[in-house]
Design a protein around this ligand. Structure first.
Ligand code: P6P
Length: 338
């Protein structure tokens, strides 16, 4: 079968009326920026880009040089195209307006420019996560509150995983699709159309070192997985934890599974660890469009009304039946507590 490039795919989708020209162009610009990030991450020690930047981000986390470089690449690529009103990033406290000398568009772009960057120095897959929203009408200088829209308002979401291959997984509400970067040609080529995540799984991803801090329903749910064949689930489960959300989610998108970053006694005051606007919401959109589910353990992630640009939430996502069961345990425990 003749390979379909990302650009050809987007033209097909425009012809079918599933995407407009501005959004199509915006996705192409993001894809091009991620190709540059792929080159930068691929240089490793030879590029002088490993190690810490010597600064902290808005989350108070030490920034890697590649965090800052990736953020700059995405900001520069998106400044002049005319599709955006502003950008927001994990690496920046406030939204970044489009410079006055450039045309502004009707979209808002949010991103985690290099998620899992603590893995860079050990050469484990990292990734870019992005989400695209509509800019409210009449707003030329979007502020944080204009970005704070529920995940159901997303026009598109995607991630690019920089691994042995560089892959982009993308949705704009009509299925979830995967594109592989053909480095010889320099373009993303469609490699999986209409991905489906199996509803059942025997593979889970969670940082087990936090187990003693989890809430009771999470202890119960994971305890049953660990009990395996002899336990109430009557089957054995396998565990994977890359500690790079994009890599863990891509495994689930590829072969099923579930991913958890639950509330625990240490992160409860902050609302969780992972960020709603540019990690949980885009991943939830991608997973739901592939037939999976995404909750906080209590409610659907995409229905949350955001209260802050860098708001943190618990994340349960992946194979539908398992997410439903884990969420049921949490709701049941809440009900029991009254
Ligand atoms: P832990 C990476 O720092 C990240 O934000 C996600 O990519 C990843 O899933 C999680 O944190 C890993 O957290 O506690 O295992 O280091």
């Amino acid at each position: 079968m003749k390979p379909v490039s990302l650009i050809q795919f987007l033209i097909e989708e425009r012809r079918a009326g599933r995407i407009n020209a501005e959004l199509s162009l915006l996705i192409e610009v993001v894809a091009r920026a991620c190709k540059r990030i792929s080159v930068a991450t691929g240089k490793g020690a030879l590029g002088g880009v490993l190690g810490n930047a010597g600064s902290d981000n808005v989350q108070g986390e030490a920034q890697k040089k590649l965090d800052v470089i990736s953020n700059e690449i995405l900001l520069e690529a998106n400044a002049w195209g005319g599709q955006l009103a502003a950008c927001a990033s994990e690496e920046m406290e406030d939204p970044q307006p489009i410079p006055d000398m450039y045309p502004k568009g009707n979209h808002l772009l949010l991103f985690d420019p290099l998620d899992g960057s603590s893995n860079i120095d050990i050469n484990v897959s990292v990734g870019t996560i992005f989400s695209i929203l509509r800019c409210p009408d009449g707003i030329s200088e979007p502020a944080a509150e204009h970005f704070q829209q529920p995940g159901t308002e997303q026009l598109a979401a995607g991630y690019v995983v920089y691994g042995p291959a560089t892959l982009m997984v993308l949705t704009f509400g009509h299925g979830t699709h995967e594109f592989t970067l053909d480095r010889e040609v320099g373009s993303f080529t469609l490699s999986r159309r209409d991905i489906r995540i199996p509803e059942e799984t025997a593979e889970f991803a969670v940082n087990m070192s936090n187990q003693r801090h989890w809430e009771a329903p999470m202890q119960r749910y994971v305890g049953e997985l660990l009990a395996g064949k002899e336990g109430p689930r009557a089957k054995d489960f396998n565990m994977r934890w890359v500690a790079s959300m994009v890599a863990d989610v891509h495994r689930i998108v590829t072969r099923g599974g579930v991913f958890f970053y639950p509330l625990d006694a240490r992160n409860k005051a902050k609302g969780g660890k992972l960020r709603l606007m540019y990690e949980a919401n885009p991943m939830a959109f991608i997973v739901e469009q592939a037939g999976g589910a995404a909750t906080t353990g209590r409610e659907r992630i995409m229905e949350l009304q955001p209260t802050g640009l860098h708001q943190r939430v618990p994340v349960f996502l992946g194979s539908k039946k398992e997410i439903e069961l884990a969420t049921h345990y949490h709701r049941e425990a809440d009900g029991a507590q009254g």
